[in-house]
Design a protein around this ligand. Structure first.
Ligand SMILES: Nc1ncnc2c1ncn2[C@@H]1O[C@H](COP(=O)(O)OP(=O)(O)OP(=O)(O)O)[C@@H](O)[C@H]1O
Ligand SMILES: [Mg+2]
Length: 458
């Protein structure tokens, strides 16, 4: 799937894409698919009305390890829009030591700038590559001076020379393009980074949206610096420099800010961690509630200064998620609850889900292990009853020890496969390994039956 296409995906298509990686959790998938499609719909609405349509922020609630973060991660990969995922627990109230909440808008903008820059660089790539090639040829075979006098004899001989020069140049170009000169060393001028000095501004300068590096960088004269590298490296380097000159950074920044404002998405993970559930109101709780208060204006819509200009947050979509096993959504301050009107619940995973998680997703754990072992020429297959036993064990341990959702499959598989992973390739070169249900039982039963043991191992 091409990235830029996602914006045109219908809700059903979005869910289908998510289905490739996430088992179940249909409600959550539907909600995010609708929210995403609504961004696109809003873009089509006439100005005036468009301004009125606010994003429907979503809060995903569910126990640990059932796919909340995974949904966000897959969405990020799917969407062509600027998407930033951050843990709410990372923030502290303004005035406390730590990141303030506005920084997430700056980070999102930074990400958007890099995205647009990469796109534009891609657009001018061919031209930049060509310019780099010419520059290197200039270095290898300096062009002859244009004739100045009109004495016909002399002109002829100079023309001859020019023709010869041109021929050598083309011959060189051929060699260059075939990569025959890649390892040769070449010296060239660079104009970037006049000083190799990192300017560290006063603490928090970046957070104020001021780019000290750039201010000082612009004040310094652009000095030329000689560099010596292989031709292969030099081509890359010069092409990058040329690309920089070809793109209009002002445009890039404008477009980046526009995308953040119109299509940006922020995923606020672990939102439950800032929901203080004690009535005490001192120590970290004060700060936690402060973070929530700081979040309000940003979620509601305000203007944040970034080094790329002011960014309005009114239409940024916020997806929040949390396990809420200690605190409840109602422990969030009411104003914040109100700003996340859509709530979806993710369900605990069942044995049947585990079987699917083990086998269906494109990145399914069993596929991962077989890919790992394949690098050693070992083929590993899991029989159906083995997969069922693994899923069953995961369910039992989740029930009896602690429910950590699908993460349990990781711990169980590492225990199950430990010996094999150690013995390959020394004791088992080029083997074909079949894992049967009995093998799973043999290996795991003792640990599962012993509660204390499973607490530590599984
Ligand atoms: N429904 C699911 N389908 C497929 N894989 C899943 C599913 N749920 C969880 N997993 C797997 O389990 C891992 C952990 O899930 P995830 O990170 O989404 O947990 P979470 O719900 O965010 O939990 P927490 O509240 O602890 O952050 C994922 O990397 C993924 O491989
Ligand atoms: Mg998570």
């Amino acid at each position: 799937m091409k990235k830029e296409k996602i914006e045109n995906l219908t809700p059903t298509q979005i869910v289908n894409e998510l289905n490739k990686y996430i088992i179940g959790q249909d409600d959550a998938k539907r909600a995010v698919a609708i929210a995403l499609r609504n961004r696109w719909r809003r873009q089509q609405v006439a100005e005036g009305m468009k301004e009125e349509i606010m994003p429907n922020n979503i809060i995903m609630i569910g126990p640990t390890g059932v796919g909340k973060t995974e949904i966000a991660r897959r969405l990020a990969k799917l969407t062509g829009a600027p998407f930033y995922k951050v843990e709410a627990s990372k923030f502290t109230e303004v005035g406390y030591v730590g990141r303030d909440v506005e920084s997430m808008i700056r980070d999102l903008t930074e990400l958007s700038v890099n995205m647009v820059k990469a796109e534009q660089t891609e657009l001018v790539k061919e031209k930049a590559d060509h310019l780099a090639e010419e520059k290197i040829l200039d270095l290898l075979i300096p062009p002859v001076k244009v004739p100045v006098r009109t004495n016909s004899d002399q002109e002829n001989s100079e023309n001859d020379e020019a023709v010869r020069n041109e021929k050598t140049r083309e011959w060189m170009r051929g060699k260059l393009q075939k990569g025959e000169l890649d390892d040769k060393l070449i010296e060239f001028d660079t104009t970037t980074a006049a000083v190799g000095m990192q300017v560290v501004g006063p603490f928090g300068m970046d957070d104020m949206g001021i780019n000290i590096q750039e201010i000082i960088g612009n004040m310094m004269p652009k000095k030329k610096k000689k560099r010596k590298t292989t031709i292969k490296e030099a081509r890359k380097f010069i092409a990058q420099e040329e690309a920089q000159k070809l793109i209009d950074m002002d445009n890039v920044q404008k477009e980046a800010v526009r995308r953040v404002q119109e299509t940006g998405i922020i995923f606020l993970d672990e939102i439950d961690k800032v929901a203080g559930n004690s009535k005490g109101g001192h120590g970290p709780d004060v700060s936690r509630e402060g973070v929530q208060r700081d979040l309000l204006p940003i979620v509601e819509g305000s203007t944040v200064n970034t080094k790329y200009g002011a960014v309005k947050t009114d239409h940024i979509l916020f997806l929040a998620s949390g396990a809420f096993h200690v605190s409840k959504p109602s422990d969030l301050i009411p104003e914040l609850q109100g700003r996340f009107p859509i709530r979806v619940e993710l369900k605990s995973l069942t044995e049947e889900d585990f079987i699917k998680i083990l086998t269906i997703p494109e990145n399914a754990l069993l596929k991962q292990y077989s890919a790992l072992l394949k690098t050693e020429d070992v083929v590993i297959t899991f029989e159906d009853d083995a997969i069922r036993e693994i899923a069953k064990t995961a369910t039992i341990v989740n029930e009896e020890v602690e429910n950590i959702g699908a993460r349990r499959l990781h711990t169980i598989l590492t225990t199950l496969l430990e010996d094999i992973l150690f013995d390959v390739p020394d004791k088992m070169p080029e083997a074909e390994i079949k894992i049967s249900g009995n093998m799973v039982n043999e290996k795991l039963d003792k640990i599962v039956k012993n509660r204390d043991l499973s607490k530590y191992i599984l």
